[in-house]
Design a protein around this ligand. Structure first.
Ligand SMILES: [Ca+2]
Length: 275
């Protein structure tokens, strides 16, 4: 099953009521004002909704999402090298495939690997603080078979052969920095590849530098095994400071055969971080 990519913002409205979020940037902690929707903030609705463009696709093969990924890449500009400092324009990518075996499954990936070891301006956070990149064949069980038997029959890579997930959680936040530094940055957009999105519920939320929600979008669903999905959202200016990704209903540490949807991630594609 393949859904065609869409080139314009087909869902300018958030998928659920925007929530006000206060963040302490530069740390990996944040607090939510749980339940305080706009109506309870006395009508001071501060959610800004700049024009945005959405690229999305899902299907049973890499080819099903390739054109949407490429269109999103073209919107952001040329791929920059994995070097410190901001190039001012263009894009960065993370495909997880160059991570050293010592920092891949069954070992954990450092949250700041892609700002320190390989400076690309992306720092990860999650409730548990634990992340993992799947092992290469011959080194360990592939595609998170180390987490639960049968995962490799559920998941597929867009960029072979490694995948990414958080552990003990279903959400990962990505904060952007001037690559190789602790200076917060913003970008023009962010997109990610997902595998095995069987049901609605996987999402990307986009936040500005003040922690205000810019938009939240469902990841396109493609029922079945070893499917791929892509969602990328770009903005006309570099307003995006962080994203919150929800992947599946439970961590890939639990077998999908138990019921809830498990989802893993592959390529991250995002605009050059700009201070
Ligand atoms: Ca990969």
């Amino acid at each position: 099953m393949t859904s065609p990519p869409s080139s314009q913002g087909v869902r300018h409205a958030p998928i659920h009521p925007p929530r006000c979020r206060r963040r302490r940037r530069g740390t990996r902690r944040h607090a939510r004002l749980g339940g305080l929707g706009p109506a309870r903030l006395g009508g001071h609705r501060r959610v800004r909704r700049p024009a945005l463009k959405v690229q999305q696709a899902a299907g049973t093969s890499a080819a099903a999402i390739q054109s949407a990924v490429d269109a999103f890449r073209a919107e952001l500009g040329d791929l920059n090298p994995n070097e410190p400092g901001s190039f001012g324009s263009g894009r960065r990518e993370i495909n997880w495939d160059g991570v050293p075996d010592a920092l891949a499954a069954p070992n954990l990936l450092p949250a700041d690997f892609f700002n320190v070891n390989s400076p690309r301006g992306a720092v990860l956070s999650t409730r548990t603080g634990r992340f993992q990149v799947s092992a290469n064949a011959g080194i360990g069980p592939i595609e998170f078979d180390n987490l639960a038997a049968g995962n490799s029959a559920q998941f597929a890579a867009f960029s072979p052969q490694r995948l990414f997930t958080q552990l003990g959680s279903t959400t990962t936040e990505v904060d952007f920095f001037v690559p190789g530094s602790t200076t917060p940055a913003t970008t023009h957009g962010f997109g990610a590849v997902f595998t095995d999105v069987d049901r609605p519920g996987s999402t990307i939320e986009y936040y500005d530098i003040d922690g205000q929600l810019l938009g939240a979008f469902d990841i396109p669903v493609s029922p079945g095994r070893q499917t791929l999905s892509f969602l990328g959202v770009s903005f006309p200016s570099a307003v995006l400071a962080s994203v919150r990704i929800t992947s599946g209903k439970v961590s890939p540490q639990l077998s999908e055969r138990a019921g809830p949807d498990t989802v893993a991630m592959d390529d991250f594609v995002y605009g050059e971080p700009i201070a």
